[in-house]
Design a protein around this ligand. Structure first.
Ligand SMILES: C[S@@+](CC[C@H](N)C(=O)[O-])C[C@H]1O[C@@H](n2cnc3c(N)ncnc32)[C@H](O)[C@@H]1O
Length: 317
C-alpha cells in the first residue's frame, strides 16, 4: 500500500470540500470560531500554560504605546494576509493575536508529545531542539548572520539565536522579521536582554536587506499561513539575501505525518476554520518549489511526530 502524502481533510477530497462548506456558512463559522478559542485556552491551562494570566500581563504592561516603534509605514499588506486567521477577524494585525501568541506557542509544543508529562518549557525546548538538530547538519561551518522570517513574538528567533551563539561559541547577529507590528512589539518586550539585533517590520517576499547578507534564513511555522505563490516569492527573496552556501530552513506541519492525517474531525475542522491557506499548504510540493527557485534541495526530515524540516542550500556558483 502506498504511503499517503496528505490528509483527506485537505485539498479536493469530498471530506475536505464538505468541511469547507461548513466554514463558508457564516453562522456556523461564527460558532466554530468561538469554540476554537475556548478549547485552545482550556486545554492549554490544564497542561500548565497560564494563558489568561499571560494575556492579562501583556494587556496591562503598557506596551501598546510602543506600536509606532515597530510600524514601518511603507509596508503594504498583501491581500492573503488581511483575512481572518486563528479566529481573529483581523488575523495577525491585532493585540488579541499578539497577546495570545506566547501561550499559543507553548500549547502547540505540548500537543506534539501528548502522552508525555512535559512542562510547557520542556516541550517548547524539545520542539526547537529537534529543528536545530537538523539545522546543525546543513548550516555553513561559520554562521555570523541569521534571519528568522515570520518571527511572530520572537520565540523561534530567541531560541535560534541562542543555539547559534552556543554552536559558534561567539556572538551571532540575529534578526527577526514579521509583517505584524503587534507581534514585533511583544517580541521586543520578551527580548529582555536585547539579544536580538533587530526586530524588523517587513514582508518576507521583499526585504530591504542587501544581496548575500545572511548565512541562514529560517521560516518556522510560517508556510501554513501562506498561499503557495507567497511561499515561492519568499524563497526567491531568501535566495537573494543568502550568501552562497547559505542555508534555507523550513519547519512546519508534516502532511505525511500519521498523527496529522488521523486528527479527529473536531480538530481538523477547527484547524481548517482558523487557517485560511491550509488546503494550499497541505497539497503543496515545497521541495519542488525550492528547487524551481534555484536552491539545492538537501533533505526533508520528520523532525517530530507532527512536523517536518526541509533544507535547501544556495548554490556556490
Ligand atoms: C505561526 S507564526 C510563526 C511563529 C514563529 N516563527 C514560531 O516558530 O514561533 C507566523 C507569523 O508569520 C507572519 N507572516 C505571515 N506572512 C508573512 C510574510 N509574508 N512576511 C513576514 N511575516 C509574515 C505572521 O504575522 C505571523 O506572526
Amino acid at each position: 500500500m502506498s504511503e499517503k502524502l496528505k490528509p483527506d481533510w485537505a485539498g479536493e477530497e469530498l471530506l475536505s470540500r464538505f468541511v469547507n462548506l461548513l466554514i463558508e456558512t457564516k453562522p456556523i463559522y461564527k460558532v466554530m470560531k468561538h469554540q476554537a478559542r475556548q478549547v485552545l485556552i482550556k486545554t492549554a491551562e490544564k497542561k500548565g500554560v497560564p494563558w489568561r494570566k499571560n494575556y492579562q500581563e501583556l494587556e496591562t504592561s503598557g506596551i501598546e504605546d510602543l506600536l509606532p516603534n515597530f510600524t514601518n509605514p511603507s509596508v503594504v499588506y498583501p491581500d492573503y494576509y488581511q483575512v481572518p486567521f486563528h479566529a481573529y477577524d483581523r488575523g495577525n494585525l491585532c493585540w488579541e493575536a499578539a497577546f495570545d501568541a506566547p501561550s499559543a506557542t507553548l500549547a502547540i509544543a505540548l500537543r506534539v508529545w501528548p502522552k508525555e508529562k512535559l512542562s510547557p518549557k520542556a516541550a517548547r525546548d524539545r520542539l526547537r531542539n529537534t529543528f536545530h538538530e537538523v539545522l546543525d547538519r546543513y548550516s555553513p561551518s561559520t554562521v555570523k548572520d541569521v534571519l528568522d522570517v515570520g518571527c511572530s513574538i520572537g520565540d523561534s528567533t530567541l531560541t535560534l539565536h541562542r543555539y547559534y551563539c552556543q554552536r559558534q561559541n561567539a556572538k551571532v547577529r540575529t534578526v527577526g522579521l514579521d509583517l505584524s507590528p503587534y507581534m514585533l512589539t511583544v517580541a521586543k518586550s520578551l527580548d529582555k536582554n536585547e539579544e536580538i539585533s533587530e526586530w524588523v517590520h517587513g514582508k518576507g517576499e521583499e526585504t530591504d536587506f542587501p544581496d548575500n547578507s545572511f548565512d541562514v534564513v529560517t521560516l518556522q511555522y510560517l508556510l501554513h499561513e501562506l498561499p503557495r505563490q507567497a511561499t515561492k516569492d519568499i524563497f526567491r527573496e531568501a535566495l537573494r539575501i543568502l550568501r552562497p552556501g547559505g542555508c534555507l530552513a523550513v519547519v512546519d506541519m508534516n502532511p505525511a505525518s500519521k498523527v496529522i492525517q488521523k486528527l479527529p474531525p473536531a480538530l481538523f475542522v477547527l484547524l481548517k476554520s482558523t487557517e485560511p491557506w491550509s488546503d494550499d499548504f497541505y497539497t503543496f510540493n515545497v521541495e519542488a518549489a525550492m528547487e524551481e527557485i534555484g536552491f539545492e534541495y538537501k533533505t526533508t526530515v520528520a523532525s517530530d511526530p507532527r512536523h517536518r524540516t526541509i533544507i535547501g542550500i544556495k548554490p556556490r556558483s
